[in-house]
Ligand binder design. Structure first.
Ligand code: NAP
Length: 526
């Protein structure tokens, strides 16, 4: 049974910020009443995380990996109780949420395998050269260590995979960092269930209770206070640009500024190349509408901008896309706030003098339901008004009609940073695509061909990041195993006696990890 608490270490705690989740499909409040916490609980959770840090960061790889796997096991053991609660709090359908649960547990287990491999330690050894002239070289050994307690802000649009036990939490725990989560107030019951699964795993694995806390609440003071707490050493965030930037500012103004890894807004341009359009306009249009409207378009990788050359093939694409989108039933959005922001954004496009409304989805009947929207404009209008390139979170997209590839390049050059950029192309388009690649790799974290940007593989080579405002730090990713790097810091040990060196750096390599010895890779035995 949920009791509407926050989890501070092993304790369930209630505060004074009373709130309830809303079922967006009915507009009804859902029991129980949550009692969000305040400054005293932030301080307590951070103090516990700080206490836990020193033992947790030095847990052996097997213990830490087992911990991540136990969290995944515990989440799965929640069964339908979890799925039904997320459905009620998010309006998302069962199949999508069962898939998301699989992804959440899969990424925790993937991080467990990363921890076991030891590759994340990034061991490098420069052996001493005592005879080197004019000066001898000392023995220098490097490993990466955990950065410290991490604050995580769960996202509303992935209540499992980007929330309490999502990628930010998984990567921080894998790195050896205790985590304090600020739960998203749109799905507090989901948060409490998953939080308990983590708390139980902490206990079962014999870890310090401060390794994990979950703070529930609705005030910006709660999240702001968490980021400002001097014991927090990094922040992971997914949400709005305004929210992310507010946290970046708080972090930068601390006596000790800290990194904030905020994933914020992206419109994910898709270029429809001429040969691809000529060969398969209909399939492209159907694929596009599927990607646009999936999950009510509430994906950070939703295709918000299409670029193509004017002509009969583009007309065919528009005709099929319009025909496919128009009868589509509207979908419930995640929260009343996200729904009203979507309506506002779509209205602004519809009323824009330089924008044509090509298609809207079917009329909506239920509360917080959003109709898909497809708009069109010219490259000249698009370039003239930066507002046309801003994210409308939901199933809204704008087609930018271009006269030639130079206009396509100009539009792409003017875009802000993106999570993705997509090329829909055939063999005959290769030479047209080639000059765009240097532009696209400067703008986006992931460049893909002949797919749709929605659907982000959790793997070793994935980058789910990109230049601002896609994220606040484009050097990294929030999805995939490279995400662990955000919460690690390299330390060199110069001329330390073997007895004092950490396990990973000892001459005998007792952990059997892969190491770069004098610039050459020495394979590990793990
Ligand atoms: P949000 O409003 O940015 O909130 C995300 C989290 O950050 C919540 O826990 C929120 O807590 C906290 N927060 C926001 N502003 C804060 C501040 N100034 N100080 C302290 N904490 C703050 O995002 P959302 O509610 O999920 O969705 C709103 C909009 O975000 C959407 O319409 C969409 O534009 C965008 N969004 C983008 C993505 C993406 O993947 N890029 C994903 C989801 C949403 P409180 O609510 O308790 O303040």
């Amino acid at each position: 049974m949920l009791d509407g608490s926050s989890l501070i270490g092993g304790q369930s705690v209630r505060g004074e910020d009373l709130f309830q989740a809303v079922d967006p499909s009915t507009g009804q409040l859902i029991a129980p009443e949550f009692a969000g916490v305040g400054a005293a609980e932030v301080a307590r959770a951070c103090a516990l995380a700080d206490e836990a840090f020193h033992s947790y960061r030095e847990t052996d790889p097997e213990t830490r990996a087992r911990f991540l796997e136990t969290i995944a096991d515990n989440i799965e053991a929640l069964g339908d109780t979890l799925i039904e609660r997320v459905m009620a709090e998010s309006g998302l359908p069962r199949a999508r949420l069962e898939g998301e649960r699989g992804r959440t547990c899969g990424q925790l287990r993937l991080f467990a395998s990363v921890v076991r491999s030891g590759d994340w330690l990034g061991v490098r050894v420069d052996t001493a050269l005592p005879e080197r002239k004019p000066l001898p070289r000392p023995d220098i050994r490097l490993r990466k260590i955990a950065i410290g307690p991490v604050a995580v802000f769960g996202a509303s649009n992935f209540p499992l995979a980007f929330s309490v036990a999502g990628g930010d939490t998984g990567s921080a725990l894998a790195a050896g960092c205790p985590v304090v989560v600020k739960g998203h107030p749109a799905h507090p019951g989901t948060g409490e269930l998953v939080g308990r699964a983590i708390r139980d795993a902490v206990k079962a694995c014999g870890l310090h209770e401060g390794v994990f806390s979950l703070l529930q609440g609705t005030t910006t003071a709660l999240g702001g206070g968490l980021v400002a707490d001097p014991r927090i050493k990094a922040v992971g965030f997914t949400g709005s640009r305004g929210g992310g930037l507010a946290l970046v500012k708080i972090a930068a103004e601390r006596a000790e500024p800290i990194p904030v890894y905020a994933e914020m807004s992206s419109v994910n341009p898709v270029v429809l190349f001429p040969a691809a359009l000529a060969a398969r306009a209909e399939a492209l249009a159907e694929g596009f509408v599927g990607s646009l409207t999936m999950g009510a378009g509430q994906f950070c990788t939703n295709p918000g901008i299409l670029l193509a050359l004017e002509g009969p093939d583009l007309d065919s694409f528009v005709e099929v896309a319009t025909r496919t989108l128009t009868p589509l039933a509207p979908s419930t959005m995640l929260t009343p706030g996200i729904h009203s922001a979507y309506e506002k954004g779509v209205d602004a496009f519809a009323q824009h003098h330089g924008v044509e409304t090509l298609a809207r989805g079917a009329e909506s009947s239920g509360p917080h339901c959003a109709r898909g929207a497809l708009f069109a404009t010219t490259a000249a209008e698009f370039v003239a008004d930066p507002a046309l390139s801003h994210e409308v979170f939901g199933s809204s997209s704008i087609l930018v009609r271009c006269k030639d590839m130079a206009e396509v390049a100009k539009v792409l050059e003017g875009l802000e940073g993106q999570l993705t950029a997509t090329l829909q192309m055939d063999e005959a388009d290769v030479e047209l695509a080639r000059p765009l690649l240097p532009i696209l790799e400067q703008r986006a974290g992931r460049v893909l061909a002949n797919g749709w940007p929605t659907g982000v593989e959790v793997s070793h080579a994935m980058v789910h990041g990109g230049p601002y405002p896609a994220t606040s730090d484009g050097r990294t990713t929030s999805v995939g195993t490279l995400a662990i790097e955000r919460f690690l810091r390299p330390v060199s040990y110069q001329n330390l006696p073997d007895a004092l060196l950490p396990q990973a750096l000892k001459a005998a390599n007792p952990l059997g990890v892969q190491r770069l010895i004098d610039g050459k890779t020495e394979l590990g035995t793990r």
